[in-house]
Design a protein around this ligand. Structure first.
Ligand code: ADP
Length: 824
């Protein structure tokens, strides 16, 4: 809070002094003497209208004309009131009445003006409420003229109500002070209201701020003068002085009409100016408060007093209406920052103040109604009881606050504490590492903060909404949305349920019907990138009539905006990851390409070198023996066989990669294929000095297979068995039938394959990176081709192997007839 300036402190001191004087005046109000009958205006003299206390005026009757008050001739009702004010309570007064043609003089006893504490209690409560609104305005905003004027308006208003006329014993200083203050404050309210109308929302008169203190000084002077003349009337009880004062008093009352009417006029005319929505709302609340608070008083109290010298209803009723003024100003401060007063007020405090006001209004209404039926004294009788209940209620207040806080925070987190709920949801959303996690966190945290039956998240797709995540009852997987609603959401509009009866517009009714159909109370769009609708968050209430609160909607809006930010980030992350993976894949492909080129050229060079070497020997050396010649030719043949197999493998691989590899399935005897394969590899077997044992079950059924492809598969497996074994090793080839399948086993006693590699070896280009494989050389294509061939025959291939013991590859083919087909 900023430090108070000198002027503010000075004003506060004046406020305090006035308040002390108001409290000091309370006994005088209770001691105010009144006459035991109601007085009405007659032709020349006032009349007895109604007897209030017959024991205090035994001889007077309703309808009697009041001629004299002691020795003073009376002419109007107020005169009797003034004359009574200066006499002690319960004193005897000799009055002369006229009944018919005869006059008589009798004694009347002065009774209490206020029959009970009813008036005092009501004026004190209402006056204090208004007074403190003025003090509050001063404490929060003292820089603005309109604020200072509001302060004086409220303080004078409260003072006028609290320092109302009481007993006026002649010569008492309190009487002088209270009466002059009353006149000053009364006039002050109307004049400051006029200045308020001229200074708010914009200053309409130049140099109004400079003129205001002088206007206020003038008000004080006029009030002071009126106060003094009133006291003079009371002291002298002189007829001409009384008449003059009464004229002045009526003028004074009329000027109040003029000033307050002017204030109303200026405020109303401001509404026609170019104002912001906020300023309009402020003016609306000011006018509302003044209308409800002041108009009843002016119309049913002051106006009849000027015209008939009589009031229509007891003052208490119009005084209660004054409470509308502080209430409307409080609303304008809280909701619309009236006078730029920014009030950050805790929800619990608002609850407390409102509950207090409601209790006060309730107690006063009950007591007033009771006293209307049972007489004014009843008010005083039950007031102490009501007060006790109020004190008891206040004593329980801390417990109530705690209970309310507990209920709010446990069940209505979003409504109780917006910031905390938002922090909680944000924290949960921020911890999401993937989209799925984000969706789950979103629905879970929203469900936790806002009491609903279900919270669901949908993705917007071209053919409706697709369910992504949710909590609560199971929603439909796909939702079809009317075009109007879809386009509203596309524009980022929030679709929410409206209160029953408020949907007068056909569009609203349509939305309401659709939401009702879906059992939702709210749909919030979540946009990504440049306003592209990504998804929709929906809330299903426990009962359809439950309407989501404004603050909850704004919380969800913030949450959805935050979700959008995180979603944008996650999508960006995914894109970066994809680009990185793509880059890595390309790098790997490049590496593979170079590896493939170098290993293939190495593979091709080896048989070529042998072919060239033996062909040259045959060409150059003439005396090569026939046996040697045969042997060299066999080598050339074998190596060219190996070369063509290699080229075949490469070409098949290329076809597979392009999806062009075709198989021609024919009924095939496995015996023939194995023998052809063994023949083709004969040279290599000899080269490795290996021994191949063949065990083919007799009368094996034919299978539907591509002969060349199957031979290629067997050759690749046999070639590997030779390559990855020491020389003079043993190789077994077994073919048999087993459970509707044809089994083809090729086993060796070679180096074996580590179990961790047994699945990877079927991947293209994969080679075990040990010393032996490196020495042998290869392109890593053989087994991947075998796997492809087996798969195309709807068979399976497995490997059993142990390092240092050997390996066994088993191919299983179904014994069925397949038609020729192109492999995808
Ligand atoms: P290449 O033989 O051209 O390297 P393959 O696809 O035929 O490619 O074989 C892949 C890997 O599997 C080989 O590098 C080798 O390490 C291993 N391998 C294949 N067959 C055997 C076998 N019978 N014994 C031991 N290792 C083998």
């Amino acid at each position: 809070m900023k430090p108070l300036g000198f002027r503010t402190v000075l004003y506060l001191c004046v406020d305090l002094i006035i308040l002390i004087l108001c409290f000091n005046h309370i006994p005088k109000i209770l001691d105010r003497p009144g006459i035991p009958f109601e007085v009405a205006q007659g032709d020349l003299h006032p009349l007895v209208a109604e007897i209030i206390d017959s024991s205090a005026c035994r001889d007077a009757k309703a309808g009697d004309t009041i001629l004299r008050w002691e020795e003073v001739e009376v002419h109007f009702p107020e005169m009797i009131e003034y004359l009574a004010d200066v006499r002690p309570l319960h004193s005897s007064i000799r009055c002369t009445f006229l009944r018919g043609d005869s006059s008589f003089t009798t004694s009347i006893r002065l009774i209490e003006f206020y029959q009970s504490s009813r008036f005092l209690v009501i004026s004190l409560i209402v006056g204090l409420c208004i007074f403190f609104v003025g003090v509050f305005v001063l404490l929060t905003q003292s820089d603005k003229l309109a604020a200072r004027v509001t302060h004086w308006m409220m303080v004078s208003f409260g003072t006028t109500i609290m320092i109302t006329w009481g007993a006026a014993p002649p010569g008492s200083w309190e009487m002088y002070i209270s009466r002059t203050i009353w006149f000053m404050a009364y006039l002050g309210v109307a004049v400051s209201f006029l200045i308020f109308g001229l200074s708010f929302p914009v200053e309409r008169v130049k140099r109004l701020a400079q003129a205001t203190p002088w206007i206020m000084i003038a008000v004080l002077c006029v009030g002071f003068f009126l106060g003094l003349s009133h006291i003079k009337v009371l002291e002298t009880a002189d007829l001409s002085t009384l008449n003059t004062f009464q004229l002045l008093f009526d003028l004074f009352h009329s000027s109040l009409f003029l000033f307050s009417g002017g204030g109303f006029y200026f405020i109303l005319s401001s509404t026609r100016q170019n104002l912001t929505m906020q300023e309009r709302k402020q003016l609306f609340w000011i006018l509302w408060g003044l209308g409800i608070g002041i108009l009843p008083y002016l119309i049913v109290h002051i106006l009849p007093q000027i015209i008939f010298s009589q009031v229509l209803v007891p003052e208490e009723y119009t005084t209660i209406c004054f409470l509308a003024v502080p209430v409307s100003f409080a609303i304008a401060f809280l909701r619309y920052q009236l006078l730029d007063i920014e009030l950050l007020i805790n929800r619990t405090i608002v609850y407390s103040i409102l509950s207090f006001i409601i209790v006060v209004i309730y107690v006063l209404t009950v007591l007033l109604t009771v006293s209307m039926v049972g007489g004014e004294k009843v008010f005083g009788k039950y007031f102490s009881f009501a007060l006790l209940m109020l004190i008891f209620g206040l004593a329980l207040h801390p417990f109530r606050r705690w209970l309310q806080g507990f209920v709010d925070e446990t069940f209505f987190a979003a409504r109780a504490n917006y910031r905390r709920a938002l922090d909680q949801i944000r924290k949960s959303l921020d911890s999401s590492l993937s989209r799925e996690e984000l969706y789950r966190h979103l629905v879970e945290s929203v469900h936790q903060c806002i009491p609903t039956n279900a919270v669901d998240l949908y993705r917007n797709t071209s053919d409706g909404w697709e369910y992504l995540a949710g909590i609560g009852m199971k929603p439909p997987d796909k939702v079809q949305v009317p075009d109007k609603i879809q386009s509203a959401l596309n524009c980022g509009m929030i679709i929410r349920g409206v209160k029953k009866g408020s949907a007068d517009l056909p569009e609203l009714r349509e939305i309401q019907e659709w939401l009702g159909l879906m059992k939702w109370s709210l749909c919030i769009p979540i946009c990504i990138g440049e306003q592209k609708l990504f998804g929709i968050l929906t809330l299903t209430p426990h009962v359809q009539t439950e309407i989501i609160q404004d603050e909850e909607v704004s919380l969800l809006e913030t949450v959805c905006a935050h979700t959008r930010d995180i979603l944008d980030r996650l999508i960006l992350q995914e894109q970066i990851l994809l680009t990185r993976q793509e880059k890595q894949r390309l790098e790997e492909l490049n590496a593979l390409k170079s590896y493939f080129v170098s290993s293939i050229s190495h593979e091709l060079r080896m048989p070529l070198t042998s072919i060239r070497m033996f062909a040259e020997t045959l060409m150059v050396q003439r005396n090569v023996s026939r046996r040697k010649q045969k042997e060299y030719l066999r080598i050339i043949y074998g190596e060219s066989e190996r070369l063509s197999r290699l080229i075949g493998n490469i070409m098949d691989f290329a076809k597979i990669e392009r999806g062009m590899r075709e198989y021609k399935f024919v009924p095939l005897s496995i015996e023939g294929v194995t023998h052809r394969a063994l023949k083709a590899i004969e040279y290599e077997v000899k080269k490795h000095k290996a021994r191949v044992r063949v065990a083919i079950q007799k009368k094996l059924p034919a299978i539907s297979a591509d002969p060349d492809a199957l031979e290629q598969a067997i050759l690749n497996l046999l070639s590997n068995a030779l390559k990855y074994s020491k020389d003079k090793s043993e190789i077994n080839l077994k073919a048999c039938k087993e459970q509707g399948h044809l089994l083809l086993e090729i086993s060796d006693t070679g180096f074996g394959i580590p179990s961790s590699e047994s699945t990877k070896i079927f991947e293209r280009f994969y080679r075990i990176s040990d010393d032996r494989s490196c020495q042998v050389g290869g392109a890593g294509l053989g087994l991947s081709l075998v796997k492809h061939i087996v798969d195309a025959h709807q068979g399976t291939i497995t490997v059993e192997s142990a390092v240092g013991v050997g390996s066994k590859f088993t191919m299983r083919f179904p014994i069925t007839t397949n038609k020729a087909r192109r492999h995808p």
